[in-house]
Design a protein around this ligand. Structure first.
Ligand code: ADP
Length: 211
């Protein structure tokens, strides 16, 4: 199954993606993580996109699409992929349709004020990319990744001003994609809940998958 996750930055796509990954045994393809890895590794692509990431602006479609096409060539993608943070523009959605068959698009709906609260408490593992929240989804030991033991950090682009511009980018450039998938009968909407386990239940019902 090829599944697209839609939702504002901080809506909880990454957290739901991890649950779905374990249930379906298919990998997560997060363009945000791939781009951050390129920046950390100092590759040519990384140098090109670093300033855009820090500003919360979108990376050009052709760069992101070729990154995705490369990743999809790996054998672990053969039985399906969970797309997290991609597509983010109508052009990317159209390009994706040219590479794989998208089975469903799940939109996690969360209002902007809730997003701003969540992002201010977000902590990310710089090593394995796992994501936590200081109060809503804390690691077992404060500031330490449950999965790999690395020290958690705050992403540069989780600063409130940058979050506001990322939300504006989301509403303008990414939200129209919902209409695109809705017209194909593939859109499933879920209202993000204050409690993580409640959102997981709604996602499970929407996808018809035990999570
Ligand atoms: P978020 O937490 O906002 O969902 P991501 O980790 O998905 O963030 O992405 C972080 C940044 O990486 C974005 O603000 C953008 O600069 C860049 N990016 C990620 N995915 C895409 C994409 N599909 N198209 C363009 N830019 C992207």
């Amino acid at each position: 199954m090829n599944l697209v996750l839609l939702g504002a930055p901080g809506a909880g796509k990454g957290t739901q993606a991890e649950k779905i990954q374990h249930a379906l045994n298919i990998p997560i393809l997060s363009t945000g993580n791939l781009l951050r890895q390129a920046v950390a590794a100092g590759t040519e692509l990384g140098r090109k996109v670093e300033a855009l990431l820090d500003a919360g602006s979108l990376v050009p479609d052709e760069l992101v699409c070729s990154l995705v096409a490369e990743r999809l060539k790996q054998p672990d993608c053969a039985h399906g992929v969970i797309f997290d943070g991609f597509p983010r523009t109508l052009q990317q959605a159209q390009a994706l349709d040219g590479i794989v068959h998208v089975d469903a698009a799940l939109s996690i709906e969360v209002d902007d004020d809730t997003i701003l609260h969540r992002m201010s408490g977000r902590r990310t593992c710089p090593k394995c990319q796992a994501s936590y929240h200081v109060t809503d989804n804390p690691p077992k030991t404060a500031d330490v990744c449950d999965k790999c033991g690395a020290h958690l950090s705050i992403r540069h682009d989780d600063e409130p001003a940058t979050v506001r511009s990322r939300l504006a980018v989301y509403h303008k450039q990414t939200e129209p994609i919902k209409e695109y998938y809705s017209a194909q009968g593939k859109l499933k909407k879920v209202q993000g809940q204050p409690k993580l386990s409640d959102t997981v239940r709604l996602v499970s019902e929407a996808l018809g998958v035990a999570l």
